[in-house]
Design a protein around this ligand. Sequence first.
Ligand SMILES: Cc1cc2nc3c(=O)[nH]c(=O)nc-3n(C[C@H](O)[C@H](O)[C@H](O)COP(=O)(O)O)c2cc1C
Length: 235
Amino acid sequence: MLNQLLADTRLDAEAARRPPAPVAAELRRPPHRGPLTALPAPSSPRSGLHDVLPERTAVRDYAATPLSGADLSALFAAADRMDARGWPAERAAGVDLELYCAAWRVTGVDTGLYRYRPEQSELCRVANLPDGPEAEELVMQEEFAKAAALVVITGNLAAALARHGSHGHRLLLARAGAAGHAAWLAALRLDLAGTVFAGLLPSVLRARAGADGYHRAALFAFAAGHPIPNLGPPS
Ligand SMILES: Cc1cc2nc3c(=O)[nH]c(=O)nc-3n(C[C@H](O)[C@H](O)[C@H](O)COP(=O)(O)O)c2cc1C
């Protein structure tokens, strides 16, 4: 079984070395239209990576303090930059990652679900989001609904498979992982806390963001907030 899997993986990797074709237009999904909220310029880091990295740990409880729009902007810019620098050919061929923001406590951004538009550094409103205890319907773990905001990373699985075969799925997951961790590292350097996670509820994203799980598939997420002061490391 394992040998078969490895053999399949090798075949996929070989196929992936062939010059892949651009993605057919019918596999792509148009971006959402909705009211726009301009984001401020991204905050500059407040701490050095080497200073914060030793303390990096998954944090799932957050202070009530809102995120500033500039800090939110920095998280999304970092995630998008990681993908733009790491996978330019995928993006040029039309296999985009789409970044969504579930915002609950962000200064200057109303509670809601938004699509991040990196070219303009703005948020496009996609849907309302419940607040308070009802927000817990969005995620598998209630603590993530208490974050100030989520960076939700989706990708076009249909396009990735058409371009690379099943290797396309692995590629999308690697890209989402890199983008999610870039957002996390940016958060640490802004003295924020959070964790990456994959426990999103597909039904919610389907209903609210048209994420059918194929042309737009939820891949990964990062929950962000201010740390609770004096909260010790998780036991
Ligand atoms: C692919 C992936 C999926 C994850 N999914 C979840 C999740 O659904 N819920 C959760 O609480 N943490 C999730 N995590 C976060 C890990 O649980 C976290 O990194 C782990 O607890 C290690 O903690 P540390 O980073 O503090 O060492 C995920 C991490 C990865 C890499």
